[in-house]
Design a protein around this ligand. Sequence first.
Ligand SMILES: [Zn+2]
Length: 444
Amino acid sequence: MRLGMMMAGLLAVSACQTPATAIAQQAPTAPQLPSSMDFSDPTQNLSVTSVAPGLSYVLGRNVSSNTIVLETSGGVVIVDTSRPPASRAHFELLQKSGVSKAAYVILTHGHGDHIGGVALWKGTGAKVVAQENFSEFLGYQRMLSGFFANRNAAQFQFAGGGGAAAAPPPATMQAATAGLLNIVPDITFDDRLDLDVGDTKLEIYHTPGETPDHLTVWVPKLKAAFVGDNFYESFPNMYTLRGTRPRWPMDYINSLNKVLALEPEIVIPSHGPAITGKDEIKRQFTKMRDAIVYVHDAVLKGMNDGKDVHTLMAEIKLPPELDVGEGYGKIAWSVRGIYDGYAGWFNGDPAEMFAEGRSSISPELVKLAGGPKKIADGAMALIGQGKLVEALHLTSVGVEAAPTDKDVLRARVAAFEALIKASTNRNELGWLNQGLAEAKKALQ
Ligand SMILES: [Zn+2]
């Protein structure tokens, strides 16, 4: 997870001075996101936090994973290694702090924000441990590396904001991640691995959720669990907008139950700070599990009642006692992810069976409306009424019909700017910034 934002560049919307224009010209305020999901430089403001004797971590920032350090009489065990360039910054900070080499690197899963520092730690003699689905999962990412390079560049805006114009070109990003996707673990396991490292026993469990190769590390003597990305400071990203295979709710639920059954007194997730205290951990994990159960059950009920996916995206909200935040994952995306995960893409509208999508009738719609200017005016009026998503939809129809029309593009910029101002979700902001950058580019 992470964010980079460049909302400071204000674009003077020279169209009519409607209330919408006034909204768009206000300085956007930075949303309140946890530091693990913010847009800051992930190589800066790093420190080693001690949690218990022999257990510490470097908090990853801006969607770079934490690096967890467990010291034993048999050497250091590292859990997750962050993403480039943060992985090197974490590594160098730990070297300076006296952690010069590792006996093992355990990877909670094969996402790029966790595996960036593997080569660095391997260079110190570490053996790499992963669940046996790890290689297949890297293969899936490798197979779609061009697709994911584009999608990741848009969603994460890692170049520091400014959208597509400032993001690294996909080819560069692809090259940067290519090496990571060839990691071959030294040790793999199916359901459970017991690893004795000197005086410290580790139990490593397969806990699928965010990914099929996801694992949890349990250290009995510290009653500490390292749970990867199955728990963080938000409702889980059960569907990620950059594209993913289904992330099954029952996997998350079973994996959270597995952690709860261990009754941990320390939990270090791979994003966000450590959680301590048996009761507090139980409270937070139970709440997260119950939130997922609630959403899953509501989707099933809605599907069986014959409701369409957009109705359920709008209807399903967590009750206040289960509100776990939506700074990274969003309930609406998870609703759609669950719905489509179970039922696939067809929505029952016969028109959707055919290759001709909405864009095939956009020119006709714009003509019927009286031309692109009417569409632009309509979108600006909607923004003035606070109907920002509807305004964006209207400009999507407009640009499909008239991709270079200045009025439509200005309205589209205004819609994006107003949506950015209202957003408090890291991934949503990534895509809104991407859309804004593309619309501005088209205006030039
Ligand atoms: Zn992650």
